[in-house]
Design a protein around this ligand. Sequence first.
Ligand SMILES: [Zn+2]
Length: 396
Amino acid sequence: MPVGTLASVKGVPQDILEELGVQILLGNTYHLYLRPGIEQVRKLGGLHRFMAWPRAILTDSGGFQVFSLNELRKVTEDGVTFRSHLDGSSHFLSPEGAMAAQIGLGADIIMAFDECTEHPADQARMRKSMELTLRWAERSKRYFEEHKGDVPWAKNHVAPDPSSGGPAKDAAGQFTSYAGEGARVTQAAAELCSARQPRAAVSTLEEVTQALFGIVQGGMDRQLRKESAERTIGIGFPGYAIGGLSVGEPRTLTREIVESTLEHLPADRPRYLMGVGTPEEIVEYANFGIDMMDCVMPTRAARHGLLFTSEGKISIKQARYAGDDSAVDPNCGCRVCQRYSRAYLRHLYAANEVLAQVLNTVHNLSFYLDTMRAVRHSILLGKETGSSCVRSQPKP
Ligand SMILES: [Zn+2]
């Protein structure tokens, strides 16, 4: 999932995202809550309509961003008091508030409010934090169940016109609704799960509503991760995320915690690893059994001139590319590689042209999306890739 923090994947218009085959975007509740404000987006019909994005959206709960504020926050049983990074104004976010915000934005998949445990943390701290996340998960679910009908598109839902392949529009040519995308994405992820685990039949989400996912915490402790997974499953969600990783721990530890946590999450529900990773890592985690990932890496790196290619990373700002007439990646079919040379991209970057950020981001997103397409293809083929989850399939 490319990250569109402020209802925008920085530098890339929505029609190009569609052309790239982006199926789902991530939006950040914390940032949208501060600017332009939840009520503003809700009044404009919800996030899909506001940003003219007809495909699926996932929003985070705001928890991770609030916890990143460190000095600017205070955590209690009720929720988190924090100061805006924009103007220093004071705000309060609770599980109920985070749900209300995400219902107001109207993303297809929304996340329970959790506490991201810092790293390093001692045993007592990790347990205390995990217990708090579990209580918040229950409160998140309770609030969601009582208020899910308040989503901006709930009452005027019009199914997308399948013949046009696009979203339905009203007489004024405005998008009327995008509801149901979340169900489709959850179902698509579930189908991949089923490809891995044929025994698991996943019920279609008949009710058109948002899907609320639970988040597993537990720090870097395998036992706590197991307990967090089991008790989060006990609360019951249509999908599960692994949170609290990529917080400064070594990559080998991330891998170890992901692998051990996955064992305890149902294979017939989407399993979402938050905030990873490099192209190599996303392939590896997908092979472990992860179905969904998000990361700012392809877009943020692009803005810093770092490009991912089939032959490794290149830093386009380097003088060595000044006379290089070849494409960024000879094996990439994206619109940037088809048209522009490394020399031109290097020039745009050196001259600080806005187009440099746009083109670099389009290529990196294309590379990531191609990588995931290849992963999906190999899962659906049931191809032997050497990974445990694929190996566990019965041989034909
Ligand atoms: Zn390319």
